[in-house]
Write a protein of this length. Structure first.
Length: 273
């Protein structure tokens, strides 16, 4: 059963279909892992959600920051951003079914030695810790009081994990790590402002995966989120956001043999400076 991990779609359905043709994807025999950010900024977010939902067990998805943004907006929280392309989903006749399905996706997924999250893993978390933290936030997302979660989800603080954190502060650190993390300090303090490639960050910050002694390094962590990082395909890290939305490529990696597949994408939006 081949398994292909695929980078951020952000509402780009047409490149996805071309990529699946390249893979000769068979939903009865193959599986797809999506690294999150299924929706937003691209022109076909509604099509993407319907298509992946209909794949059933052939697709595994983790939530990204844009997916959470959609879910929060649908509940009346957060604010619409310039460049959002979510109106078609929010007005769709099957909106409730799509949003319920999306809200029940995971924040982290592991099979064997491969661990998938959207953005990153804090340096002090093992793979087991990662799944435990994800389960805490997933319970809030999927539980009866999920609107309370969205009401308090946004914010940059606290900036670091502490086992003693409770309530909304604990959940916010978990969600920010899994869906927003790029850079952090050697002590695990998160930095949310710099989006450039490694080497362009301010002094004192490291890519989360480059922190010495990172405790998840014994797993292969599969991520998206970081388009300026580009493709990385090494034993401890597979980074798959190759800028489809910005006119780059949509990339898949076979998890069995690490073969890379990619299709070019038309530019749908301009990168933020």
């Amino acid at each position: 059963m081949p398994t292909y991990a695929i980078g951020d779609l952000q509402g780009c359905q047409t490149p996805l279909l071309r990529l699946l043709d390249t893979l000769k994807f068979d939903p009865a025999a193959d599986r797809l892992w999506f690294v999150g950010d299924l929706v937003n900024r691209g022109p076909e977010s509604l099509d993407v959600l319907r298509f992946i939902k209909n794949l059933g067990d052939a697709a595994i998805c983790v939530l990204g920051n844009h997916d959470l943004h959609l879910l929060a907006l649908a509940e009346g929280f957060g604010r619409v951003h310039k460049g959002d392309t979510l109106d078609a989903i929010l007005a769709a006749p099957d909106r409730d079914a799509l949003l319920t399905w999306l809200r029940h996706r995971k924040l982290a997924w592991r099979e064997g030695a491969v661990l998938m999250v959207h953005a990153g893993v804090l340096p002090d978390w093992t793979a087991d810790d990662t799944l435990q933290r994800a389960a805490e936030a997933e319970a809030a997302l999927q539980g009866p009081h999920y609107r309370d979660f969205f009401a308090q989800m946004y914010g940059n603080a606290p900036v670091a994990w502490n086992d003693d954190l409770q309530g909304v502060e604990r959940l916010r650190v978990i969600v920010n790590a899994f869906t927003r993390l790029r850079y952090c300090s050697a002590d695990g303090e998160m930095e949310f402002h710099h989006k450039g490639a490694p080497g362009t960050q301010p002094a004192g910050w490291l890519p989360w995966f480059a922190v010495p002694g990172r405790r998840s390094a014994d797993a292969t962590v599969v991520i998206g989120h970081w388009s300026t990082l580009g493709l990385i395909n090494r034993p401890d890290l597979i980074a798959l956001d190759t800028g489809c939305l910005w006119g780059g490529r949509l990339t898949a990696v076979s998890l069995e043999d690490r073969q890379v597949f990619a299709v070019p994408c038309p530019q749908q939006s301009r990168p933020k400076s």
